[in-house]
Design a protein around this ligand. Structure first.
Ligand code: NAD
Ligand code: MG
Length: 360
């Protein structure tokens, strides 16, 4: 097992990465202020892993209640959040009761937000069960639910007490979800680490085969990069925005097609290629680098052509992005593989990209 520390001005917490961690109740028990915890999971993950987690905690003398929610982004809502509060209140849970998220990013985001709100804040622990959640959503303290007017629009910055990423849990993840997680993994290489990008080029077959050693190294590397960035910029005043590489285009794809048609990681993959093309047209990225990015995304079984949403719709969707400021949309571009920066794009440039070779 490897342990990283995420260090923030007023808190720090461990990120444990390895195999067989679900059965190690002591990793969780160490963070509980009382011998009671509530596990939040969903109808897909609970049958696979809930009993083992309860047994591991039981062996440490911890009583657990569980809340099993319906599966899916459609349920990342106020109504579902209220179901969590209903159980916590009915069961007399106190300020010292810890919430444990056992699931992907949907469960993690929702449980974290419930923990931020319940009695003005109770401890929470993340046990991410998707690759995307292990490398991205479980680390950094962004929590949220969706609103009919927008994704993740209601939320809080609220850090967990610990993150426990067990590679064994990825065995049951559907292939398409694994690839979606790999999009965020590739993002880390592109935005800040050319050597890691080269590692991914070499190890993509092993990652797709779910080689545990390669997965653990990869998750550790991504968490280290995210921890470093979040440690410098917890609330996204500056460099944390670089983590949005490919996301302005990606969010437009998700919203334009209707959420859930493409997975988030799939949209980010196509979005990163549009960002690469923008970087090339700006004179920063070489054609050879664009081809390398294309090849790696393809090797990860990710889409490399964005849907054709039409110019007007693309632009209106991107203008609504949460990250836009004073009406102008900021994009994350690359100076080279492993070097990213924030920039705006001219209307002409956008037209060229959005009608160009990486559109279906
Ligand atoms: P998800 O939570 O919907 O999980 C994907 C699917 O895999 C679900 O059907 C889930 O039940 C299933 N699943 C999870 N673990 C499994 C396992 N081990 N075996 C078999 N099936 C399993 O999706 P996700 O990609 O993990 O997360 C997406 C969510 O994360 C979005 O809501 C997004 O907004 C959020 N997110 C948040 C942050 C953040 O910083 N907080 C960052 C990125 C994404
Ligand atoms: Mg993302």
């Amino acid at each position: 097992m490897k342990t990283l520390d995420l260090v923030l001005p007023d808190t720090r917490y461990p990120i444990h990465i390895g195999q067989g961690l679900l059965d190690r109740g002591e990793l969780i028990a160490a963070h509980l202020p009382q011998n009671k915890a509530v596990i939040v999971s969903n109808t897909t993950v609970a049958p696979l892993y809930l009993a083992r987690l309860k047994a591991a905690l039981g062996a440490q003398g911890i009583r657990t209640l569980d809340i099993v929610l319906p599966d899916g982004e459609d349920f990342k809502t106020w109504e579902t959040l209220n179901r969590i509060f209903d159980v916590l209140l009915e069961q007399g849970c106190e300020r010292k009761t810890t919430l444990i998220a056992l699931g992907g990013g949907v469960i993690g985001d929702m449980t974290g937000f419930a923990a931020a709100c319940y009695q003005r804040g109770v401890p929470f622990i993340q046990i991410p069960t998707t690759l995307l959640a292990q490398v991205d959503s479980s680390v950094g303290g962004k929590t949220a639910i969706n609103h009919p007017h927008g994704k993740n629009m209601i939320g809080a910055f609220y850090q967990p007490r610990a993150v426990i990423a067990d590679m064994d849990l990825l065995d049951t993840l559907p292939d398409r979800e694994l690839s979606a997680g790999l999009a965020e993994v590739i993002k880390y290489g592109l935005l800040g680490d050319a050597a890691f990008f080269a590692y991914l080029e070499a190890q993509m077959p092993a990652l797709l085969a779910r080689d545990k050693t390669v997965l653990a190294y990869t998750v550790e590397h991504c968490c280290r990069m995210k921890a470093e960035i979040v440690g410098q910029d917890e609330k996204e005043a500056g460099i944390r925005a670089l983590l949005n590489l490919g996301h302005t285009f990606g969010h437009a794809i998700e919203a334009g097609l209707g959420f859930g048609i493409w997975l988030h990681g799939e949209a980010v993959a196509a979005g990163m290629l549009l960002a690469a093309e923008a970087s090339r047209l700006s004179g920063d990225l070489s054609e050879q680098d664009v081809q390398r990015i294309h090849a790696l995304l393809q090797a990860a079984k990710l889409p490399t052509l964005a849907p054709n949403l039409g110019l007007a719709r693309w632009k209106s969707l991107m203008a609504h992005d949460k990250k836009s400021e004073n009406g102008s949309t900021r994009f994350v571009l690359m100076g080279a593989i492993g070097h990213s920066k924030l920039a705006t794009l001219s209307d002409n440039m956008l037209n060229e990209i959005l009608t160009g070779r990486f559109i279906q």
